[in-house]
Ligand binder design. Structure first.
Ligand code: IPE
Ligand code: IPE
Ligand code: MG
Length: 257
């Protein structure tokens, strides 16, 4: 058992003092989060939606620290979906500024804390400044060996899978490949998550009970955990609660326990 009561990083929140007992040998290796509820969090306070997104950055920091401390190896955060372009331009513009804003403040510390930043998503349509900020973070942390912090930005699972289908057709058409070569492992190796294990645990904040086009293939056997807490209020306490619940589950993968 490990007891967690103190963050190793700069402490800025009371909830970081929360103490929970967890089994050390059953920490999910890969945790993915659908960070939802920013707009409603802001609306409830009579604030514009973008302030919800701004406060969401603090939750990203808290969650990253707590995940690192817990020994989670991969943390994937759904930051912008391929469908989020449907939103008003002002909101999309603000969301596209977040990587720059977040990394300007946090990148040095991420480098120092041995976090490796990755990006998963389509670069087409993203503003240059957004791509530049992400690329800088990826480059500066590429040799880090600690927590992998994987941002899903302009990510959509159906497009990702459709691209693999096209790739298979190309390979076969070019004679490099035959139909038997298309295995589940091959498909996995062509997804944007290539090299990452499938998520063990998916957390969705904000009360909606759906996947919203997130990691449809990869979540075949991942555990789901939902909370009504809006993303800007999420932190260590909720992450520990999710992991504690994960540890109470029995994963059967279709077999018997
Ligand atoms: C999640 O919060 C952030 C993104 C989808 C980019 P929302 O902006 O979806 O907030 P709600 O769901 O409208 O409250
Ligand atoms: C999912 O949230 C996308 C992200 C959190 C980035 P949405 O707010 O876009 O999902 P829906 O529209 O409620 O399904
Ligand atoms: Mg939402």
């Amino acid at each position: 058992m490990i007891r967690l009561f103190r963050p190793r990083w700069k402490q800025d929140r009371k909830d970081l003092q929360q103490s929970v007992s967890l089994q050390k040998d059953n920490i999910p290796q890969h945790v993915a989060v659908i960070m939802d509820g920013n707009g409603r969090w802001a609306n409830r306070r009579g604030m514009p939606r973008v302030l919800g997104h701004q406060n969401g950055m603090k939750a990203v920091k808290r969650t990253t620290i707590a995940a690192d401390e817990l020994g989670i190896r991969y943390l994937t955060l759904y930051a912008f979906s391929t469908e989020n372009w449907k939103r008003p331009k002002d909101e999309v513009d603000y969301l596209m500024k977040i990587p720059q804003e977040f990394l300007a403040i946090e990148l040095d510390e991420l480098v120092e804390k041995n976090v490796q930043v990755r990006m998963m998503g389509y670069t087409d349509g993203l503003p240059k400044h957004t791509i530049a900020a992400m690329e800088e973070a990826v480059r500066r942390t590429e040799n880090n060996t600690g927590l992998v912090l994987n941002f899903a930005l302009n990510y959509g699972s159906r497009r990702e899978i459709t691209d693999v289908v096209k790739k298979a057709i190309d390979e076969i058409g070019a004679g490099r490949f035959s139909e038997q070569d298309i295995t589940e492992d091959w498909v996995s190796s062509k997804l944007m998550t290539a090299g990452l294990p499938d998520p063990d645990l998916l957390i969705r904040t904000g009360g909606e009970l759906r996947l919203s086009n997130f990691m449809l293939w990869q979540m075949a056997y991942g555990e789901l955990w939902f909370t009504d807490v809006y993303w800007p209020e999420f932190g260590r306490e909720q992450l520990l609660e999710a992991v504690a619940e994960y540890q109470r589950r029995t994963r059967r993968y279709g077999g018997l326990s």
